[in-house]
Design a binder for this molecule. Structure first.
Ligand code: GAL
Length: 311
């Protein structure tokens, strides 16, 4: 889909945002990394984004064991989560593509059949993805999109300026499972409440031992509800704002990329080649008292909106 300002490419495999290009003089600038071989890059992750501790959770007194793909935990919905499934095209117009995935009862261990939709709409300056889901038995849902943004910068995003509207984050154990605490970002390398260079912030975060194996890989708590700006990225002469009605946003700095995969122009995707910005409910929420309620019941409609406004 393309207009004067934006040009996006959507792939049915994983309901993926394959490319996000913004007008750049007479040409276009890719704002996100593109590598179809990466199992999560640009893809819709679900049924439950991020980690579920022990690969299980409980609803109404019944415990469900899920596919475990990061032992002993489940990451991004299991071994064959929504990101690796083929979504069906429901409709395709010049400025809107609607995709659907019917996830059967027991898919990756999740209870109930889930009927999920992902609608990608192109506006004058923004791409919006609207998710919706219904079920026929109680289940849990937490879908998000997993693009890695580099704003056209290579080989890394150290000079990218990031702004995150989050005064707090949720610390984790070394395996990425939240400790259950909510901590202030004030005075830490995770304080992006004023715009900050990613390379500098990462160095501070590592010096303070707040990294996870050298990574910035943290869930930020964004106050308020409804669609609001969560994250702004500035770099390469462009600005990208991520808006969502999700309660939180996960930010991962791509530290584990090792150059094995190549992206646009055959360039290796090395450490910190892009930053993943993933509006979502809290990681492991079903297993954490006091975290978001992520249970969906028959008769309810789960929905989530994410917009990428670019200039
Ligand atoms: C992120 C997650 C990272 C990593 C990545 C996929 O959402 O926070 O820890 O698993 O996905 O490689």
């Amino acid at each position: 889909m393309r207009n004067d300002n934006l040009w996006v490419t959507i792939d049915t495999l994983g309901a993926t945002l394959r490319r996000l290009r913004v007008r750049d003089g007479d040409g276009w600038c890719d704002l996100a990394l593109c590598c179809p071989e990466d199992g999560y890059m640009g893809r819709t992750v679900g049924r439950f984004a991020n980690r579920l501790s022990g690969g299980r959770f409980e609803i109404d007194g019944t415990t469900y064991q899920l596919s475990v793909n990061e032992p002993p935990n489940t990451l991004h919905g299991g071994e064959h989560g929504f990101s690796s499934q083929e979504w069906e095209v429901v409709s395709a117009a010049a400025d809107e593509v609607a995709l659907r995935l019917l996830s059967p009862d027991g898919d990756q261990g999740f209870p109930g059949r889930l009927d999920a939709a992902a609608v990608f709409s192109l506006g004058a300056n923004a791409l919006t993805v609207s998710y919706a889901a219904t079920c026929d038995a109680p289940t849990i849902v937490n879908l998000t999109l997993h693009p890695y943004f580099n704003m056209g910068l290579t080989p890394d995003i150290d000079d990218l300026i990031m702004f995150v509207q989050a005064p707090e984050y949720t610390p984790t154990f070394s395996d990425g499972i939240p400790t259950g605490d909510v901590s202030p970002v004030d005075g830490t390398g995770l304080d992006f409440t004023t715009p900050r260079r990613l390379g500098e912030a990462r160095a501070a975060m590592i010096a303070q031992h707040r990294d996870r194996h050298g990574r910035m890989d943290h869930n930020f708590v964004v106050p308020g509800d409804g669609v609001r700006e969560m994250v702004r990225l500035i770099g390469g002469g462009h600005t990208l704002s991520v808006f969502s009605d999700a309660p939180h946003v996960m930010i991962y700095d791509g530290a584990a990329f090792d150059g094995t995969l190549t992206g646009l122009g055959g360039k290796p995707i090395g450490p910190h080649a892009g930053v993943a910005v993933e509006p979502q409910s809290m990681p492991d929420a079903p297993n954490q008292p006091g975290f978001d309620d992520t249970v969906l019941r028959p008769g309810q409609i789960w929905s989530r909106t994410i917009s990428y406004m670019a200039s």
